[in-house]
Ligand binder design. Structure first.
Ligand SMILES: Nc1ncnc2c1ncn2[C@@H]1O[C@H](COP(=O)(O)OP(=O)(O)OP(=O)(O)O)[C@@H](O)[C@H]1O
Ligand SMILES: [Mg+2]
Length: 371
């Protein structure tokens, strides 16, 4: 949808964007984040032609924007900035209607659209449409800024730190609202922020920049779990994942190679495996390593005949988690059930690993905690 190709921007001798390549898919919300001065705003403004690259090209839907009419280009791009950019001498209604009027939408359509936008941002039309920006709170102004950007139903929305001047509660509300809107509108959104928590909360992908370059571009989960270098890891902060524990998956904290047995073995053999491996239960798997049951030392002790096979007495109704289940799901399961070990299953019930209450502490500590 949007593609930056070898973009370079220089002001005199000063290089602010260094041969950057970046692609944003249709319907994706990408967050640009990085230290002040790294080139985020510059990049954003290249999309709607407010800044021209020194060299390189920007493509929208495969078309080089240099070959497009700037006015046409901007009509299909909403733009929200930090101080909202609302015109102070115009009412809320007039502010929202600027671009629709330029586009010569019919009066009826414009009216309808304005009401829809007010509904979308959760402000009562009757009460707010005729106010001036100065008669609104910061959060309300910001909402109007968002309404204005969405008013012509553009495919692309650029948002440059739109929520940064707001108090944490309003800010968090607007983040929720944006995520919710995006959930059904699927616009292509480029969103600039300084706030990693905000990025993680709303982004499909996060682009971490420094000094005019992309350091890492990936999902919030990838960036939080596998920062590519020291800068990113300092920037992200290793403990940050705890703000989003649902991003920690069973597969990140499981132990590999749980001790297994075939169902065809006798109880006597199974007990011997347990003894050698110092465990008190075994996972019973078939040739494809699919989990079929669990057998514990206690079950074997209670069995009268130890020459029977494991599959005859194994437990087949056991608890398990999927590789992609989160630690939050896992902790719930552990809390509600009195178990000390849980198998982790991949596709088709293939046994991928095991999580025990004691391994939980050590693996979590080693991976996700700065101590
Ligand atoms: N018109 C200009 N002339 C010269 N240098 C400029 C100009 N506009 C921006 N710059 C420089 O380009 C660099 C990138 O600026 P940009 O506004 O893109 O940074 P940013 O990442 O958005 O920073 P912030 O987080 O502070 O908003 C900065 O070093 C800035 O000083
Ligand atoms: Mg900026």
């Amino acid at each position: 949808m949007i593609r930056f190709e070898k973009i370079r921007k220089e002001y005199k001798q000063h290089v602010v964007i260094r041969d950057m390549d970046l692609s944003i898919h249709k319907g994706e919300l990408v967050v640009l984040i990085g230290p002040s001065g790294c080139g985020k705003t510059t990049l954003l403004k290249m999309v709607n032609g407010l800044i021209k690259p020194t060299s390189g090209n920007v493509f929208i839907n495969g078309e080089n924007i240099e070959e497009k009419d700037v006015i046409q280009l901007r009509r299909n791009i909403g733009y929200v900035i930090q101080q909202t950019g609302l015109f102070p001498h115009m009412t809320v209604e007039e502010n929202i209607q600027i671009v629709p009027k330029l586009q010569k939408m019919s009066a009826e359509e414009i009216k309808q659209r304005t009401l829809e936008m007010m509904e979308m941002i959760g402000l009562d039309a009757e009460n707010y449409l005729y106010r001036y920006p100065a008669q609104l709170s910061g959060g309300q102004q910001q909402r109007i800024g968002v309404a204005r950007a969405f008013a012509t139903d553009p495919d692309i929305i650029l948002m440059d730190e739109p929520f940064s001047a707001l108090d944490p509660i309003t800010r968090s509300q607007l983040q929720e609202e944006l995520a919710e809107l995006q959930g059904h509108l699927h616009k292509t959104i480029l969103f600039v922020t300084h706030d990693m928590d905000e990025a993680v909360k709303i982004a499909d992908r996060i682009c971490i920049m420094n000094d005019g370059q992309v350091l890492q571009y990936g999902t919030p989960e990838e960036v939080l779990k596998n920062p590519v270098d020291g800068f990113v890891s300092d920037f992200v902060g290793r403990n940050r994942i705890w703000n989003n524990p649902e991003l920690i998956k069973a597969q990140d904290i499981m132990l590999f190679d749980p001790i297994t047995t075939s169902g065809e073995r006798t109880l006597l053999q199974a007990i011997e495996v347990m003894r050698q491996s110092r465990v008190d239960s075994l996972f019973v798997v078939n040739a494809k390593h699919q989990l079929k049951g669990i057998i514990t030392a206690r079950m074997i002790q209670q069995a009268e005949d130890r020459s029977v096979t494991v599959k005859e007495i194994m437990k087949t109704n056991y608890l398990s988690v999927a590789q992609t289940d989160s630690i939050v799901d896992l902790l719930k399961l552990l809390k509600e059930n009195d178990v000390s070990a849980i198998p982790v299953l991949g596709p088709e019930n293939v046994l991928a690993g095991i999580i025990t209450t004691s391994s939980l502490v050590t693996t979590l500590g080693a991976r996700f905690i700065d101590i």
